[in-house]
Design a binder for this molecule. Structure first.
Ligand SMILES: CC(C)(COP(=O)(O)OP(=O)(O)OC[C@H]1O[C@@H](n2cnc3c(N)ncnc32)[C@H](O)[C@@H]1OP(=O)(O)O)[C@@H](O)C(=O)NCCC(=O)NCCS
Length: 192
């Protein structure tokens, strides 16, 4: 490990690949049979998996970085969560997909204090801080801070309102436009 913090533990991992590219902060728990990988299989100049202080990673998680996956402080993942910034290429129909190159997807960042429910998949997207991602959701696009998102693909259904100091229902429609500097643009249709 590039860094392995104080009072951190990885309980009987399934596999650890590319440990020299990993940084594990203090007080991190990685539960039984999780697979952690940080290997530059897509030819990127840098490759790292960072799990910051106080994170708890559930049982049977699968976290694979080929460029950048960062879990900020105190992230909680339930069991059977999949997080990756890459995918199997499928462009060539003459070659079995398992033999095609691994393709780079967007970098992954999970914000401080966020909770990913059971079976969540995060596929090349960023999730803000203090978010909840509902069980069985598949996150393919960025989720803003203080959001609750559910479904396949995951959509924001509630957001914390700093005026009412409550989580309020939200209906967001995503624009297919990239924001300069990264991310996607969301527009609030109505607050329920
Ligand atoms: C996301 C979650 C926290 C939402 O809880 P909540 O704020 O109480 O939300 P509500 O129950 O009010 O649900 C709001 C809407 O989202 C829907 N919804 C909630 N969770 C959903 C999910 N995981 N997938 C799809 N839809 C979901 C509800 O059906 C409801 O829809 P409606 O407005 O059309 O009736 C919860 O449903 C969840 O998925 N928890 C994860 C549990 C888990 O994985 N635990 C592992 C232990 S670490």
């Amino acid at each position: 490990m590039n860094q392995f913090g104080w009072r951190s533990v990885i309980v009987k991992p399934l596999k650890i690949n590319g440990s020299k590219n990993m940084q594990i902060g203090d007080g991190v728990t990685v539960e039984y049979k999780t697979w952690l990988a940080a290997r530059p299989l897509t030819g990127m100049g840098t490759c790292h998996l960072v799990i910051e202080d106080g994170c708890t990673i559930g049982h049977f998680n699968h976290i694979y970085a080929t460029n950048s996956v960062v879990l900020h402080k105190n992230v909680l993942t339930a069991d059977k969560v999949y997080i990756s910034d890459n995918l199997h290429g499928y462009e060539n129909i003459e070659i079995p997909i398992k033999k095609q190159p691994i393709v780079q997807n967007g970098v992954v960042e999970i914000g401080e204090g966020t909770w990913l429910g059971e079976n969540v998949c995060v596929l090349g997207a960023k999730i803000g801080k203090q978010c909840v991602i509902g069980a069985n959701s598949v996150v393919t696009k960025d989720i803003p801070d203080y959001s609750i998102a559910v479904g396949v693909p995951a959509k924001v259904i509630k957001q914390y309102d700093f005026k009412t100091k409550k989580w309020e229902k939200r209906v967001y429609e995503k624009f297919n436009q990239e924001i300069p500097g990264g991310g996607k643009k969301y527009v609030l249709l109505y607050a329920a």
